[in-house]
Ligand binder design. Structure first.
Ligand SMILES: [Ca+2]
Length: 284
């Protein structure tokens, strides 16, 4: 009898020890030496938002914490006129206005710092949209809105890579309006996509930023429009050393420039949908 109890105690002790070891091993296996990172960092499809005015609170409900918002009643939720995207964000660019105080909308979403992200979204310029000389469109940045408007990142501490539409002889061209340490002009460098915007159709803009290493000119900027690669620059020095990580999505859209000849001559509207910041290349 005593031997049986002793045997059971030993067996139980052995089993307990084994379980404890297994648990320890599995805990060790799940420690963040090889973390499974979420692919989608930020997503905004507006499908849960009610039609009507779009507010900062609406944005926070879907997009989480937002650093800064400037809407001024120029954002609203409507249904996709083509019927494929559910609810979408409609932005107002009022007649005769120029610059972000009176035209378009802006917000900054902070992102976990990274040296590589993809930004994917859709834009639709409604019929009658007056492009005038040009305007800004959302893009990835380092430093939120800091390195825009003529502010040069002298020490390689940040950059911005918003898109623009810009009126050329050939049409309204899509480009990346780029601020970075090696920029060639005070008010940003144009990286032309060679694609010309028209009204009345959705465009899908996909941007890949991969930062350079150390102080080397080996950073990558890729852009696909409707899934077709239109920019592939592989020799960019975005930043110096470990400064200037990708840390923000800058939703920035307005006519300008600053002078009146950038202002639309009639109320103009654009639609936006399907924003995603991801670690991996989106499916086309
Ligand atoms: Ca949608």
């Amino acid at each position: 009898m005593k031997k049986s109890i002793l045997f059971l105690l030993l067996v139980n002790g052995f089993v307990f020890t084994s379980c404890a070891q297994t648990e320890t091993e599995s805990l060790e296996n799940s420690t963040p030496t090889d973390p499974v990172e979420e692919n989608i960092i930020f997503e905004l499809d507006f499908n849960e938002a009610n039609e009507g005015a779009y507010t900062k609170q609406n944005l926070i409900e879907e997009g989480g914490e937002i650093r800064w918002v400037s809407f001024d009643n120029r954002g609203s939720i409507v249904t996709d006129p083509e019927g494929t995207k559910g609810n979408v964000l409609k932005v107002d660019y009022p007649e005769g206005t120029v610059g972000p105080q009176t035209n378009g909308i802006q917000f900054i979403k902070d992102l976990p710092s990274s040296n590589e992200y993809y930004l994917d979204y859709y834009v639709f310029f409604e019929d009658g949209f007056d492009f005038r000389k040009g305007g800004k469109l959302p893009g990835l940045t380092s430093g939120g809105s800091t390195y825009t408007g003529g502010v040069h990142p002298d020490n390689g501490e940040g950059w911005s890579a918003r898109y623009m539409w810009a009126t050329r002889n050939a049409g309204v061209e899509a480009l990346v309006y780029f601020y970075y340490i090696d920029m060639d002009s005070q008010y940003g460098e144009s990286v032309n996509a060679g694609v010309y915007f028209e009204t009345g159709k959705w465009y899908r803009l996909t941007q890949r930023i991969k930062l350079n290493e150390d102080n080397l000119s080996n950073g990558i900027m890729q852009v696909w429009i409707d899934g077709v690669e239109v920019i592939n620059n592989t020799n960019i020095r975005y930043r110096l050393w470990d400064k200037g990580d990708i840390d923000s999505f800058y939703f920035s859209t307005f006519h300008g420039g600053a002078s009146d000849d950038w202002a639309p001559q009639n109320d103009s509207f654009a639609l936006y949908d399907g924003f995603k910041v991801t670690r991996e290349k989106p499916q086309f």
